[in-house]
Design a protein around this ligand. Structure first.
Ligand code: ZN
Length: 399
């Protein structure tokens, strides 16, 4: 069992004690944000600041101008509130013996969606979702692949961890959201997240569904849910199957493009994908079919105890893995990493954390990643230490 934890670059940059704090917990790896969406974050232990406000999606390294000069109109911007802090954070952590993964958010970021509305998801009612870049757009695919490769090229990396490498949708997870007035069941959330941009319309047509008729059918299915007169929304089975084929094919195309760009840059760099086994899943952890035996390994989000999370771990762990690159992993089947909630104030359950981690290990998880070691309280970190001991994790490397 390998244990890791999430950090923002500003947690480690300028805090000389950060790396030793991690190794003292038994943490071997850190996923450090290299390209990240907007956030307001507490930094309780940092000697120079206590709150960092990331005003928009940004990268924490210098984008390679040669790489981006031919990559189209979608470009990342640097973060003036913490400029080029990824490299300094990675170096400090590596010096302390912590392996660094670059945590990179791809198809989610409001800044690009506001400036280039044509690449944002367009729902069946004609509303744009600027936080959700449509992965059927060639410009978005190129941006995601270029960003992943540019991140992979950063020095000192032990691996790459990709979030939102797939469809994003209605769910935004934004602190100021006021959208919970009408509860939307999963079926309605999917229909409310279907995109009707020209590229998606082409995609539906290619699968035998007429986009105009589909758009009307989606509204007919959603209207009663939004009006509170129906509990569920559904398309007819044939149309639903066409939509599913289009969504799965498009997401797989994005993954192929991104992973090929990373492999061209760093052929043997391990890649983790935030994922869920439902092929139609969308959001920060989009669908990754368990039978897909690509070169990347899944990271599952399982913040607190749930039967569904254990089933998801088993769905991936039980698949025989034929990829030689994974042969050294300690679990049968593919390497499965799981993100667990370590912060009580963000919905984690520190009292249950050691037992939950032991259950995840028994289900086939080969790696646990604690969310989030920069945001955690001292009591949260004590629970992380207990959980690391409970699963008998591999010790951190000596610096
Ligand atoms: Zn679209």
């Amino acid at each position: 069992m390998v244990t890791g934890g999430y950090l923002y670059p500003w947690d480690a940059d300028g805090d000389p004690a950060c790396g030793a704090r991690l190794t003292g917990l038994g943490i071997r790896r850190a996923a450090v944000a290299a390209a990240y969406h907007s956030v307001r974050a507490l930094t309780p232990r940092h000697p120079r600041h206590k709150v960092v406000t990331a005003e928009h999606a940004a990268v924490y390294f210098r984008p390679d101008p040669d790489r981006w000069s031919g990559a189209g109109r979608l470009r990342p911007v640097e973060a003036p509130w913490s400029p080029r802090s990824f490299g300094r954070a990675a170096e400090a952590l590596a010096d302390a013996g912590v392996e660094v993964y670059a945590w990179t958010v791809l198809a989610h970021g409001q800044r690009l969606g506001v400036r280039h509305p044509d690449v944002a998801v367009l729902n069946a009612y004609g509303d744009r979702y600027p936080w959700a870049l449509c992965v059927a757009s060639p410009a978005v695919r190129r941006y995601c692949a270029t960003l992943a490769a540019d991140t992979a090229a950063q020095p000192g990396l032990a691996g790459l961890e990709l979030e939102s490498c797939g469809w994003y949708g209605f769910d935004h997870l934004h602190a100021h959201d006021k959208v919970a007035g009408v509860p939307l069941p999963p079926s309605a959330r999917l229909l409310f997240s279907l995109c009707f941009c020209p590229h998606c319309q082409d995609g539906y047509r290619a699968e035998g569904a007429d986009p105009r008729a589909l758009r009307a059918a989606v509204r007919v299915a959603l209207d009663p849910v939004l009006a509170g007169t129906a509990p569920d929304a559904a398309l007819d089975p044939e149309t639903a199957a066409a939509v599913a084929r289009m969504r799965v094919r498009t997401a797989a195309g994005l993954r192929r493009a991104v992973l090929a760009a990373v492999a061209a840059e760093r052929p043997r760099l391990p890649v983790l994908l935030h994922a869920q086994p439902d092929p139609l899943g969308f959001g920060p952890s989009p669908g990754l079919p368990p039978e897909e035996t690509g070169a990347a390994s899944p990271v599952l989000l399982a913040p607190t105890r749930s039967p569904a999370a254990l089933a998801a771990v088993r769905a991936y762990a039980d698949r025989a893995c034929t990829d030689r690159a994974h042969a050294a992993h300690p679990v049968p089947g593919r390497r499965v990493a799981v993100t667990v909630g370590a912060v009580a104030g963000l919905g984690g359950d520190p009292a249950d954390l050691p037992a939950w981690c032991a259950d995840l290990a028994a289900a086939g998880a080969g790696e646990l990643r604690f969310y989030h070691l920069g945001l955690a309280s001292r009591q949260d970190l004590d629970a992380v230490r207990a959980a690391v001991e409970a699963v008998g994790a591999e010790a951190p490397r000596r610096p």
